[in-house]
Design a protein around this ligand. Structure first.
Ligand code: MN
Length: 233
């Protein structure tokens, strides 16, 4: 082991259903505009252009499985923080140039996740042609539930994805509505970066994104995958 000049940061990790062992997280990738109705509500053309990606830091993850009492503090610098409920893919086996037909062999499991977004900062960045980074990759911007192994549930390609805020349904769609499905997304991303075990991919949100306020209680659900619960602190 090398000596470090400061203490090394803790390993980001996510709980796994059915075990006390954790899934160690390396990088967090996110897909933009992957549901047609969400692309439309954002004023974009939902064509099948190549998917595009952005990142969040691994330590933006917040443990938000039921019982974990997850809290995401309302972030500084924004007056419009939006929820984006998403299916998260956990990569268990790395690779570059992965063909879509083999992509699911690289998946360890799936989790429900939220891509919290400072929509005002993202909008300003879009207008100026600047990076989205500060609209997306802020502290505690990635609440996530437990990862369920694909060995147990298979690979969900359809099923309800939904989000309630204070008990009221805000987002409700179906995984089958993704523009780029999970194998296609993995294939595209692995042509741009070599994927490695521990990488997560947030696969985009359906329509119904809206602002949250302090004290809001968010409950996400994906059929066959699980739930997440987070309070905006
Ligand atoms: Mn998103």
């Amino acid at each position: 082991m090398p000596d470090y000049v400061i203490a090394p940061p803790p390993q980001a990790a996510v709980a796994v259903a059915g075990t006390d062992a954790l899934f160690p997280v390396r990088r967090v990738y996110c897909v933009g505009r992957n549901y047609a109705e969400h692309a439309r509500e954002m004023g974009a053309d939902p064509t099948r252009e190549d998917p595009f990606f952005f990142s969040k830091p691994a330590d933006a993850l917040v443990a938000c499985a039921p019982g974990q009492n997850g809290v995401s503090p309302y972030p500084p610098g924004s007056k419009s923080v939006h929820h984006e409920m998403e299916l998260v893919v956990a990569i268990g086996k790395g690779g570059a140039d992965i063909p879509a037909e083999r992509a699911l062999e690289h998946v360890f499991g799936y989790a429900p996740g939220l891509d919290l977004t400072r929509r005002d900062l993202q909008g300003e960045a879009k207008k100026k042609g600047q990076p989205w980074e500060m609209g997306k990759g802020f502290d505690k911007s990635a609440p996530i539930g437990r990862i369920v192994p694909a060995a147990e549930i298979g690979h969900p390609a359809k099923g309800t994805i939904s989000l309630k805020v204070n008990g009221e349904t805000r987002q409700k769609s179906d995984l089958s509505q993704m523009i780029w499905n999970v194998p296609e997304t993995i294939a595209f991303l692995s042509r741009l970066v070599a994927l490695a075990p521990g990488d997560l991919i947030f696969t985009g949100t359906p329509e119904g994104v809206a602002a949250v306020v302090k004290g809001d209680r968010l409950e996400g659900h994906i059929d066959g995958v699980g739930d997440l619960q987070v309070t905006i602190g």
